[in-house]
Design a protein around this ligand. Structure first.
Ligand code: ZN
Length: 212
């Protein structure tokens, strides 16, 4: 079509994708995971073990030194039942993250693992359990709620393990909010109550967590 107002109007271009670059890249990584979990009609698989409240998909960016890697992962809803508490512990399910002599419980068995926890676990397996190597992570997560909708924040269990990584392993962790904007997660740790944590998330327009 001829633009009759050449010089005064420009041809419309598609809007650029929104969000921060890191969040867009991690969203792409997460979409790989989504594709694995959907059937050819684009619907989430009906595998009852896998999909339900608590099903999580995440895309992660890991920067260490000059290197940048992308990983993706999902966790089945049964992870919440089989590994309901990633608390500090010393069980046989101890994670590979042990910077302050306080490893978290985390089983890497496929049906029990949590998505973001798995990414951290794999990282510390690679760099050493007690490593405080300088590294930064960006997580772009979707967690399925009971309503069937997804929220963009880690499940409360991964939240705790991620905060532990920030506080004891001194890594930097950001998450991507509903607008695909990066948020420094350390501002979301160290609350005196869970209500305070929820209020903080809410203020940033990240949907509230499913689990208390
Ligand atoms: Zn989780």
């Amino acid at each position: 079509m001829v633009n009759t107002c050449a010089g005064t109007a420009s041809v419309a271009k598609p809007a650029p994708p929104s969000g921060d670059t890191d969040c867009k890249k991690t969203e792409n990584a997460r979409n790989n995971e989504y594709n694995k979990m959907t059937n050819k009609n684009g619907q989430l698989t009906t595998n009852q073990k896998a999909v339900g409240p608590g099903t999580t998909m995440t895309g992660a960016q890991i920067k260490k030194g000059r290197g940048t890697k992308y990983k993706s992962g999902h966790s089945h809803k049964v992870a919440q039942q089989k590994n309901p508490n990633l608390a500090k512990g010393t069980t046989s399910k101890t994670s590979n993250m042990d910077c302050a002599g306080q490893p978290y419980n985390h089983s890497s068995a496929s049906h029990s693992c949590h998505a973001e926890a798995r990414v951290l676990d794999d990282f510390f397996k690679e760099v050493g359990k007690t490593s405080t190597v300088k590294a930064s992570f960006v997580f772009n997560t979707l967690t399925k709620k009971a309503s069937g909708k997804f929220q963009k924040i880690p499940c409360p269990n991964c939240h705790k393990m991620m905060c532990h990584a920030i506080n004891t392993c001194k890594v930097e962790i950001s998450i991507c909010d509903n607008n695909n904007k990066k948020i420094d997660m350390k501002d979301h740790c160290n609350f005196s109550s869970d209500d305070e944590r929820k209020a903080k998330y809410s203020a940033l327009k990240i949907k509230l967590p499913l689990f208390p």
